[in-house]
Design a protein around this ligand. Structure first.
Ligand SMILES: Nc1ncnc2c1ncn2[C@@H]1O[C@H](COP(=O)(O)OP(=O)(O)OP(=O)(O)O)[C@@H](O)[C@H]1O
Ligand SMILES: [Mg+2]
Length: 727
């Protein structure tokens, strides 16, 4: 057989679309302009044109600002220009806030003027349907003609808080605080709300962009632009949809090795193909692709906006923990119990203190206090107790991070307690998160304290979740870089099988065809032979050898067990004939009567763990790979993991390791450890198969028998559906 050795396509290599601007086209024209024109500036309060101009001036933008409005000579005490073309100075960036019908002309003028970037706030584009789509297409054509870049349309504007620019080109009423968070929002309104809340938590931003329709500059472009920006150390993304998931994977995988990306994703992807015949298709829920994709690229997903902020606070103000061991320090039992309960779910562990630590803690606390983790100092403890105990705990080598919990009792001044905690935590290389279960006024006062650099939470669970996210990021960031596996595959052999099915316009491959495809890709099948007639059984059985399994072969039967079409452990010719007779009788009783092509006789495999491997296609994300505990009850066990194609060897390893039933492969109840490597290898081969053939719609191998050695690992059943027009 002719074999071709080739490498998996590198996920980092994805062809840019032909209409895209060159990757080198910088976004500096948008974010670092020396001069900004506001086209559609207005003097009427409350209008976008007025508020935006006001924000630029009020925010102390370091460059020049030119209001443009043909109906006014002076706006905001500044000379106003009838058109961007009548400005004599150079204009780097223009914000466009004119009515929809005037946008194209305004942007055309910008092009002629030599403007480098435009931020189009005006709406009336793709979001309104056909007429808007056409307008957006024309807008893009103008941009390409002049080599301009654009944020929007239909957005809220952008901010660069970097010293030297200090540009607030939004109409948000809250002026931003400078900091190191780059924040991108697909929704303008959410953007404004989030900016506002960030400020109240003391979170400063480096850059902000409300992305709008993302007609030109995408979220991926922004990630790339800020990837190595020294002023940005954390990305926050509010997403509603993915423009180009493959690009996102590539970019995010790389960036998360340097800076954390936190995402809150609204909306759910459309349900996968409703007509799924495979187990994999049936089990891929609506949100599974998003979840898988984000996990694969090391992106942390927040469940809510609140969660996003909790995480952002922790990442901004504190160092990352080096491990999962967390200590809890409290003055009240209840909150500590709540916190301890959530520790495991957050991927953390309760730290175990050394005897020395316990002795030091005990010294100075009331005899009733608890010095094991959680440390409960009891209700009368004050700032000094917190500071002393916190220092001792931080010095314990078995502790990776600390959460302090404080429920202010009547006798103490919560502000001074907060001050003591801050002081004790200062300079620590381990993260300290603080829970203040206090009234709003107290909490706000604590948040505003001078030199306050600790993340403050109102409830214990949020602090634990945030610590868990930090620990998880640390592991993700430091994960080893994957080698691209070299796989021996015979693409041509598989292509021939597909071509034959496609020429007959068949969507469903016969079991024998599917088997040929998988074998061409190095996924072994159990030894088997087809017997077309009762008379042919003997010879086929001789070739395979007893004991064996008989399976009905019919293009009309997908799940054989459901019609009594699988008979296992047949040991003699008599049993074989009886099985045939029974199977044929049952088949004849089915309405409408299925076409029967005979049976497959297969060697009987024992002592193996039945696993499933599969692929289904998500309309947005493309192929999804699935791994899980297999067998006829796969849907009941529902113990499966998904990843978005392409996957890496560590993705494959994580898929398997993350299963509830992973222990079944490690040697369970007297069974020897099974060859999990062969199973992971099969996953990577499937990944390669879908890379090579885009026309594969769904498939599964169920079961894939995982035995003790690689030679014992074989598939015994498979199904595959293709799109015949794609071959
Ligand atoms: N070669 C074999 N050796 C041992 N057991 C087997 C073999 N083939 C099938 N079985 C057993 O029979 C079950 C059903 O077989 P198979 O998967 O071929 O039929 P199916 O009805 O099409 O399955 P499904 O519809 O669940 O995918 C398997 O899960 C396994 O327990
Ligand atoms: Mg099966």
């Amino acid at each position: 057989m002719k074999k071709r050795t080739s490498r998996n396509p590198d996920p980092a290599e994805s062809a840019p679309s032909p209409s895209a601007p060159p990757a080198s086209a910088s976004l500096d024209g948008l974010f670092r302009p020396r001069s900004v024109a506001v086209i559609g500036a207005s003097r009427r309060r409350g209008t976008i044109g007025r508020e935006l101009l006001h924000n630029l001036l009020e925010g102390d933008f370091q460059g020049k600002v030119f209001p443009v409005n043909p109906k006014a000579d002076v706006i905001h005490s500044m000379k106003s220009y009838p058109s961007v073309l009548s400005i004599t100075d150079e204009v780097d960036m223009a914000v466009v806030v004119v009515p929809r019908d005037e946008v194209l002309q305004a942007v055309e003028d910008c092009g002629r003027k030599g403007v480098k970037g435009v931020v189009v706030l005006s709406s009336g584009f793709r979001e309104i349907g056909a007429e808007g789509i056409e307008r957006e297409r024309k807008l893009l054509a103008i941009l390409r003609r002049y080599g301009m870049r654009m944020i929007g349309p239909n957005c809220m504007g952008i901010i660069n808080a970097e010293p030297g620019y200090s540009m607030n080109a939004t109409f948000s009423p809250t002026p931003p605080v400078g900091g190191s968070i780059a924040f991108m929002s697909q929704s303008g309104a959410m953007g404004a709300a989030i900016l506002n809340h960030a400020k109240s938590l003391g979170l400063g931003i480096s850059m902000f962009a409300s992305m709008g329709n993302k007609a030109d500059v995408s979220g991926n472009d922004l990630l790339l632009y800020l990837e190595d920006d020294p002023g940005t150390s954390l990305f926050l993304l509010y997403l509603e949809s993915f423009g180009n998931p493959r690009n996102f994977t590539r970019v995010a995988r790389r960036i998360t090795r340097k800076k954390p990306i936190l995402v809150v994703k609204a909306g759910r992807t459309a349900e996968g193909a409703a007509a799924a015949v495979s187990h994999t298709g049936a089990m891929a829920g609506a949100d599974v692709a998003v979840e898988a994709l984000l996990g694969q690229c090391g992106v942390l997903r927040a469940d809510s906006i609140e969660d996003l902020f909790d995480m952002a606070m922790a990442f901004t103000f504190q160092p990352l923990p080096t491990g999962p061991r967390v200590a809890l320090l409290t003055d009240a039992g209840g909150p500590a119990i709540m916190a301890a309960d959530t520790v495991k779910a957050a991927g953390l562990k309760l730290a175990r203190f050394s005897e020395a630590t316990k002795a030091r803690l005990r010294d100075g606390l009331s005899p009733d206090a608890s010095v094991a983790n959680p440390v409960d100092m009891l209700g009368h403890s004050g700032g000094e107790d917190y500071a002393r105990c916190l220092r001792i705990i931080l010095e314990d080598e078995g502790v990776d991070g600390v959460i302090t919990l404080y429920v202010p009792p009547v006798m103490h001044d919560p502000i001074s307690v907060a001050g003591s905690i801050f002081e004790a935590a200062r300079g620590s290389t381990k993260p300290v998160l603080c829970v203040f279960m206090a009234r709003d006024e107290v909490l706000n006062a604590v948040l505003k304290m001078e030199g306050q650099k600790l993340p403050i939470f109102r409830f214990p669970e949020s602090a634990v979740k945030a610590m868990g996210a930090m620990a998880r990021y640390r592991t993700l960031r430091d994960r080893p870089v994957d080698e691209t596996p070299v796989l021996d595959v015979d693409r041509e052999a598989a292509a021939r099988v597909f071509a034959a099915a496609a020429s007959g316009n068949r969507e469903h491959l016969a079991l024998e065809e599917a088997r040929a495809v998988f074998e061409a890709y190095g996924i072994r099948f159990a030894k088997s032979r087809v017997a077309k007639t009762r008379a042919g059984l003997g010879a086929a059985a001789e070739a395979v050898g007893y004991p064996l399994v008989m399976k009905i072969l019919s293009p009309d039967i997908s799940h054989k067990t459901e019609v009594g079409g699988v008979a296992t452990d047949l040991r003699t010719k008599e049993e074989l004939l009886a099985a045939w007779d029974g199977m044929m009788d049952r088949a004849k009783a089915i309405e409408p009567r299925p076409r029967i092509e005979g049976v497959l006789l297969q060697e009987m495999r024992r002592g193996a763990q039945e696993m499933i491997l599969g692929v289904t296609t998500d309309p947005t994300f493309g192929p999804l790979l699935m791994a899980g505990i297999g067998g006829v009850l796969v849907e009941v066990a529902a113990d499966v993991a998904f990843r978005v194609h392409p996957i890496t060897p560590s993705d494959a390893a994580e898929m398997v390791a993350g299963l509830r039933g992973a222990r079944l492969l490690q040697g369970f109840r007297g069974r020897k450890p099974l060859c999990v490597e062969a199973y992971r290898d099969a996953l990577l081969r499937l990944d390669r198969l879908v890379a090579d053939f885009e026309g594969i719609v769904e498939l599964d191998i169920n079961p894939f028998m995982v035995g003790e050695t690689a030679g014992d690992c074989v598939a015994v059943d498979a199904r595959m559906r293709i799109d015949p027009t794609k071959f």
